[in-house]
Design a binder for this molecule. Sequence first.
Ligand code: HEM
Ligand SMILES: CC(C)=CCC/C(C)=C/CC/C(C)=C/COP(=O)(O)OP(=O)(O)O
Length: 316
Amino acid sequence: MIETNVSRRQHDTFLQVVQSYYQLTKPRIIPLLLITTAGSMWIAAKGEVDPWLLIITMIGGTLAAASAQTINCIYDRDIDYDMERTRHRPMPSGKIQPRDALIFAIALAVLSFTLLTVCANLLAAFLAFSGIIFYVLVYTHWLKRHSTQNIVIGGAAGAIPALVGWAAVTDTLSWAAWLIFAIVFLWTPPHFWALALMIRDDYAKVGIPMLPVVVGDEATVRQIWFYTVITVTATILLFYPLRASGIVYAVIALTLGGVFVHKSWRLLQNPEDKTIARELFLYSISYMMLLCLAMVVDSLPITHHLVSTVLHQLHL
Ligand code: HEM
Ligand SMILES: CC(C)=CCC/C(C)=C/CC/C(C)=C/COP(=O)(O)OP(=O)(O)O
């Protein structure tokens, strides 16, 4: 009886440790990073992605993003302890020691680099690795605590998975790859600042110069509006002039973009309204998810077939 209780306790402890390491990687953000990678891969492969390459790239991307987030958690453990939202993360709550977390992060980075090099290509591996370096050095170390442009410039790290996907398929980077990168890059300010409007006081408390803390709500929503409009404009360039995606993508991108611009416009009219800010933040996530899904669907051979049949029927 006593033995059973002891082993159950050990089992519980083991599970708790695994769970803490899992939380260290900020796992809820990773699926969307992978969706941008997938959108890029499908366009690069003209709708016919090698399933094995897809799985490898997803695993390699996950490991790289998890490594980057873990190092960010180590670096930010002081401010994470002071903020309500992040206080219960494994580092500030003392569940994991910084040294152990660093070993974990290095192991993840090495695994990611090795896997992508061996099973995809060196360019994809280097890009994923550069994502870790950029997120840690440029965003977390250099900009996050020192500039209101922290997430604009630092946001480039979050757009790198799109390049990883393209590189994994073609072993090169084209204009279309850079455009998908630009779309995620330009989308990041509306995504994050909408949230930052809601949690401004938390950031102010720890002295992080997020835009709403420094310039206030009105100036922030003007920036959100600007970036939303150019994000939506950028999405259309994939259809014309690049012609990397077709009409199905263009229609979906315009529809999703219209809603994005509308929500951003409402916020511009009501800068203090936290409900609208929250709506915009939540929509930004669905927007990116559906936009990438549209890239995938549009690239499929069956979609091309259906579109040409319809155009033929319409004598176009
Ligand atoms: C510098 C750039 C970015 C910053 C500062 C940022 C910041 C944040 C923050 C603070 C949250 C709330 C998370 C929480 O409550 O713990 C969040 C949520 C989220 N972010 Fe971002 N983000 C950035 C870029 C991205 C990118 C590039 C993606 C994916 C393409 C992304 C996807 C998400 C998702 C899916 C959520 C919702 C997670 C949930 O369900 O809780 N973010 N972001
Ligand atoms: C290819 C590759 C490895 C790319 C890495 C991309 C990456 C990890 C992007 C994450 C962006 C993000 C969610 C930042 C959170 O900011 P924060 O850390 O300031 O948020 P917090 O306030 O919740 O701590």
